[in-house]
Design a protein around this ligand. Sequence first.
Ligand code: UD1
Length: 423
Amino acid sequence: MDSIVIQGGAELNGEIPIAGAKNACLTLMPATLLSDEPLTLTNAPRLSDIKTMTELLQSLGAEVTRMQGGQVLAMSSHDLNNHTADYDIVRKMRASILVLGPMLARDGHAVVSLPGGCAIGARPVDLHLKALEAMGAELDLRDGYVHAKAPLGGLRGGTFEFPFVSVGATENALMAATLAKGTTVLKNAAREPEIVDLAQCLRKMGAQIEGEGTSTLTIQGVDRLHGATHPVVTDRIELGTYMLAPAFTGGTIECLGGRLDLVAAFAEKLDEAGINVEETARGLKVSRRADRVRAVNVVTEPFPGFPTDLQAQMMALLCTADGTSVLEETIFENRFMHAPELIRMGAKIDVHGGHATVTGVDRLKGAPVMATDLRASVSLILAALAAEGETVVSRVYHLDRGYEHVEEKLSACGARIERVKGG
Ligand code: UD1
């Protein structure tokens, strides 16, 4: 297993190109299952999760061709010959459940293993299933698999109100509804930019959708969808992660392709903590106003609130802030696994239920630490960039699921970081 070795203390200056969004790409890819014509995605990120989704689609009979080093994905689901998403692939990545809605909507049946994924809480898929049931789907859970069937004549429009906001369940339901007979209304839908991106792509494919970016989605089903080409939206989580880098180390980083509307709540928090975010012609330029950032309180919320996927990185920053910060995680119940690792580096963190109280110390110290999930692993890298001495982050396969070329992007700005290949 590879590890990443960082010598802390170097100031960072320069520019970092931000890739297309992993989470958008992982929902745009299954959209290919809705049509027998080609769907081409540009600006795709080069990540292991995208490879896993590629394998999954291929296992169903879809063709997926990677072009331009993986930045372009040409997909065709002309000859779907298998409607079972196998446990061996699905267990690697929770987003695999997103093939369920499209397959069911197009062909009337699908069998999908219940997913695994990051170890950040229970993460059930009941809302995905309930939303599909509201469109007439018959579901049977057997042997770890969801066996789904559409009624005779296919899924039919229905109204479903999500009891709480779920990004993945909204995506699954939205895709399924595009081919359902009649009108579907999804209430308390997720408003994330990835949903907006999906709706825009589906519209290019001929879907009739209104309300993306608001909490009510109205979808008028059509008989068939056609091919399209669509650029994946900028990754707001990669963007937020690199916006934090100069807040740890000093210096100025310009995040190329960054858009303030994607990270508005996050940027407001940065301002409160004493970090400048400036819009430029090419993206967002970030620097801290003083040597030490100020303590701030953070509550994670569905979009447009502060994203749970930036909580670990923000906690790492607040470990050396002036004062005491409280972070509250409201989306996932077990998402503070980075805390014990940061404590190994000298942080003062007290986790109590869904809250973490962080008392700022002057400086963290390098240590051997272990990545426990995707965002936790990058938080340790950020912490290490500013820590005294050497940090070795092991189990970085989590990182490779969500960040392309981390070492290259950071070392181009002056970081002393390298990957050590392991067995
Ligand atoms: C997506 C993102 C993930 C991000 C999360 C929240 C992808 C591939 N992943 O995950 O990076 O952290 O949104 O912004 O896009 N829940 C249920 N039942 C369900 C579905 C969800 O109880 O059927 C719960 C979850 O356990 C969690 C909450 O709802 O507590 C939100 O989850 P959801 O928005 O669905 O997250 P994902 O789509 O899995």
